[in-house]
Design a protein around this ligand. Structure first.
Ligand code: HEC
Ligand code: HEC
Ligand code: HEC
Ligand code: HEC
Ligand code: HEC
Ligand code: HEC
Ligand code: HEC
Length: 320
């Protein structure tokens, strides 16, 4: 009998624990889930290539194609910084009606600073400083009105990377794709400018093994003014100020240590005598990854060679 009671208690405790943990994980999911249900009414049309609506005049359900630029990837949205949002947190709630009222396209969109400006919760990102640098950038000074933060930060998919992602190669690809979304795509580029040559592959032909460089360094390494205090410098400068000299990276005090690798710890920096050792886990960069001991060893060998030659010469002179 006692055994039976003990067993029941154990089973009771286990099932109680299972219910509690299940409901806890359910609660975690529901934050997203609640709005997902609301957002589904938008994704039903904006999540696919075709959509349906009921035409009251003809009494029929009509199937039509969605403008491809208005199709959103729901998976990317629910992984983005703003995954907890309802679509109507940023867009007018009148969008719940279809057909959408034509006036809605004139709606004033929020910008980043409307929500993030002066908010201590986001102090680590230094939004104010980013805004300042952006205002001074070539994009903003030439096209202040059309060029907003949203041009680089897709409202429906942007997700912080450099700060959270340990895989430096993925960060490089992610960040470069932000720039290439215009500089390799005429459709988007021409929203801003009538110029017709965004082909950076041609304008960077001077860079040897360009494909390798573009997958191992970011555009912003060469094109922004280095800012020690910030993880991502935002002041994109005119092309004349871009980094062109190979030694800026291929040297002991490589600029990459002030950009891509800026937050690596001092211990990781000079490991086993390698300068900038932290880079070594991802790349070997000619010039930047020289080894202290190898440098000394080569000096010593060089010294012995000189000594050998001198002794040899002296002996020759003496035996003559
Ligand atoms: C029945 C399908 C349907 C539903 C549901 C729907 N939309 Fe749309 N939406 C469209 C179509 C079609 C367009 C393009 C034509 C137009 O503007 O009416 C569009 C355009 C838009 C635009 C772009 C307007 C512009 O011209 O810049 C936004 C923003 C938008 N919808 C937001 C939403 C939001 C937010 C929801 C959910 C609350 C939603 N839509 C629900 C079909 C739909
Ligand atoms: C964080 C704010 C934010 C959220 C959340 C948001 N949008 Fe947007 N949306 C914007 C902004 C800003 C633009 C204008 C983009 C631009 O100017 O490049 C936009 C543009 C659009 C457009 C027009 C297409 C385009 O790229 O210009 C559609 C359609 C749209 N949003 C639908 C949605 C739907 C559907 C959702 C919910 C799944 C949603 N949006 C959630 C901010 C948001
Ligand atoms: C309508 C208000 C609004 C706008 C506009 C907006 N944000 Fe946000 N953003 C928020 C809120 C609220 C959160 C927190 C969301 C959460 O925790 O689920 C957030 C989260 C973030 C985060 C993640 C913060 C963290 O620590 O997890 C980043 C980064 C971010 N936003 C950047 C931007 C950028 C860049 C823009 C403009 C391109 C922008 N936001 C526009 C309200 C906004
Ligand atoms: C020319 C393109 C471009 C423009 C314009 C731009 N950004 Fe960025 N921003 C980037 C890139 C690239 C990153 C790096 C993304 C990553 O890896 O997280 C970034 C990162 C960020 C981050 C994350 C920084 C961190 O410390 O983690 C914030 C916040 C941000 N941008 C805000 C803004 C705001 C606010 C504006 C407008 C005032 C803006 N950005 C305009 C390209 C741009
Ligand atoms: C190794 C440094 C370096 C890297 C990496 C780099 N650039 Fe450049 N870029 C330069 C230099 C130097 C110039 C000036 C070339 C000239 O004046 O002929 C330039 C020119 C440009 C120009 C102006 C010329 C044109 O094509 O219209 C653009 C735009 C540009 N780069 C965008 C990018 C983008 C986008 C990336 C990332 C995919 C990138 N750059 C990567 C150094 C670099
Ligand atoms: C929304 C589209 C768009 C995005 C995204 C974008 N650019 Fe640009 N960029 C332009 C346009 C348009 C110009 C041409 C400006 C002009 O000369 O009128 C330009 C010009 C430039 C120039 C050349 C300035 C000169 O002196 O001719 C550089 C360098 C540059 N961008 C780098 C970048 C980098 C780096 C990124 C990513 C962090 C980036 N761009 C993202 C549209 C974009
Ligand atoms: C912004 C930094 C930067 C600049 C500027 C730069 N490089 Fe590089 N370079 C790198 C990186 C990062 C690698 C990749 C190392 C790896 O992972 O293999 C690399 C690789 C190379 C390689 C090796 C290619 C191979 O096939 O293995 C050569 C050669 C090279 N760079 C030459 C140059 C020359 C010449 C210049 C000047 C015209 C230059 N680099 C400018 C960062 C830079």
């Amino acid at each position: 009998m006692n055994r039976f009671v003990a067993k029941s208690i154990v089973i009771g405790v286990i099932s109680f624990w299972m219910i509690v943990s299940a409901s806890a994980s359910y609660a975690e999911d529901t934050v997203v889930f609640e709005n997902a249900e609301f957002n589904h009414q938008c994704f039903k049309c904006h999540g696919q290539k075709t959509y349906h609506y009921f035409n009251e005049a003809s009494g029929k359900v009509v199937k039509d194609r969605m403008n491809p630029y208005f199709v959103m990837d729901s998976i990317a949205f629910y992984q983005s910084n703003h995954k907890s949002f309802m679509c109507t947190d940023c867009h007018s709630s009148d969008y719940e009606n279809f057909p959408h009222n034509g006036e809605l396209r004139m709606e004033q969109k929020f910008n980043c600073m409307d929500c993030h400006g002066g908010d201590d919760t986001y102090a680590q990102y230094q939004f104010e400083r980013i805004e300042e640098e952006f205002q001074a950038s070539v994009h903003s000074t030439k096209h202040s009105d059309e060029f907003t933060c949203w041009m680089c930060h897709n409202p429906h998919s942007y997700k912080i990377n450099a700060r959270n992602n340990d895989n430096i190669n993925n960060v490089i690809v992610y960040d470069n794709n932000i720039c290439l979304s215009c500089h390799a795509n005429l459709d988007k580029y021409q929203l801003i400018s009538d110029l017709t040559n965004p082909n950076v592959l041609i304008t960077h032909e001077w860079l040897p093994n360009q494909a390798l460089h573009f997958s191992k360094v970011r555009c912003i390494e060469c094109h922004t003014e280095i800012d020690k205090e910030m993880l991502i410098a935002h002041k994109v400068q005119v092309k004349e100020k871009a980094v062109r000299r190979c030694v800026e990276c291929h040297s002991q005090n490589s600029l990459l240590m002030a950009t891509l690798y800026k937050f690596e710890t001092a211990e990781k920096r000079n490991k086993l005598g390698f300068f900038n050792a932290t880079i070594l886990s991802d790349h070997y960069i000619i010039g930047a990854n020289r080894n202290y001991y190898l440098n000394i060893a080569s000096l010593i060998i060089f010294g012995f060679v000189l000594l050998g030659i001198t002794i040899h010469a002296i002996i020759r002179i003496m035996t003559k």
